[in-house]
Design a protein around this ligand. Structure first.
Ligand SMILES: C[S@@+](CC[C@H](N)C(=O)[O-])C[C@H]1O[C@@H](n2cnc3c(N)ncnc32)[C@H](O)[C@@H]1O
Length: 195
C-alpha cells in the first residue's frame, strides 16, 4: 500500500536507514555472506540501504518498492549501476524468477502489505534453497487484530504468532530472533534461512 506524504516524511530519513543498516550488519554475523551474490530488498523506500549493500559488499542488489514515487527518488539519490538496480515491485507478486535470489531483506514493510502471507510465499519462491531472509517489523497483539481486521483492509494485520507460523509453513528455519520493542506496537527482528 502507498504511504501518505506525512508517513513518507517520517520514513524517508537517513537516520532511519542507518539504524536499518546496523540491524543488517548484526544479521550478517549469523549468515554466510560469502555465499551471497544477488540481494532483493523489498520496500526499499528511497534506496539508502540497497545502495549501501551494493557499495560496501559488492552484492548485485535489486531495491524494490510498490510506490513508483519512492523508486523515482531512490534513482535520483543513488544512481543505478552495474550492481544497483531499482524497480517497482509488489512484495506479494514478485517478477523475479524462482530460486534466483540469495538474500531477501524486508524492513518495516509487512505492516503495509495487506496480503503479507502471499509476500512470504513469494519470498520463499524467489530464494534459492539455503538462501537467507532478514525481516524486521511490527507485530500486533491479538486483540488489536480482532478489533481492526473487519474494516482495516490496507495494512498487514498479524500477530507475532501469525508471522512465525507463516515463516515455518513456507519452509523457513529461524537462525535468530530478537524482540526490539515491547508494548502494543512491538518490533521484531528475524534472520531466517530457507530449508
Ligand atoms: C515504512 S516504509 C519502510 C522503508 C524502509 N524499508 C525503511 O525501513 O525505512 C515502507 C515501504 O514499503 C513500501 N511498500 C508498501 N507496500 C508494499 C508492497 N506491497 N510491496 C513492496 N513495497 C511496499 C512503501 O512504499 C514504503 O516505501
Amino acid at each position: 500500500m502507498k504511504m501518505t506524504r506525512i508517513e513518507k516524511r517520517f520514513v524517508n530519513r537517513k537516520k532511519k536507514a542507518e539504524r536499518n543498516i546496523k540491524k543488517i550488519q548484526t544479521a550478517f554475523q549469523q549468515i554466510e555472506i560469502e555465499k551471497i551474490n544477488t540481494v532483493l530488498e523489498l520496500g526499499c523506500g528511497i534506496g539508502f540501504v540497497s545502495a549501501y549493500l551494493a557499495d560496501s559488499y559488492n552484492f548485485n542488489v535489486y531495491g524494490t518498492d510498490f510506490d513508483a514515487e519512492q523508486i523515482q527518488i531512490a534513482r535520483k539519490l543513488q544512481p543505478e549501476g552495474e550492481r544497483l538496480h531499482f524497480q517497482v515491485e509488489d512484495a506479494a507478486e514478485l517478477s523475479f524468477e524462482d530460486s534466483s535470489i540469495d538474500l531477501v531483506i524486508s524492513q518495516n514493510v509487512f505492516h503495509h502489505v495487506p496480503d503479507w502471507e502471499d509476500a512470504i510465499l513469494e519470498i520463499a519462491r524467489v530464494l534459492r534453497s539455503g538462501g537467507f531472509f532478514i525481516w524486521l517489523d511490527l507485530a500486533f497483539p491479538e486483540i488489536v487484530k480482532r478489533i481492526f481486521q473487519s474494516f482495516v483492509k490496507n495494512y498487514g494485520l498479524y500477530t507475532i504468532n501469525d508471522i512465525m507460523t507463516a515463516f515455518e509453513v513456507s519452509g523457513f528455519k529461524e537462525l535468530s530472533y530478537e524482540r526490539l520493542a515491547h508494548g502494543p506496537l512491538s518490533q521484531h527482528h528475524f534472520v531466517l534461512q530457507l530449508k
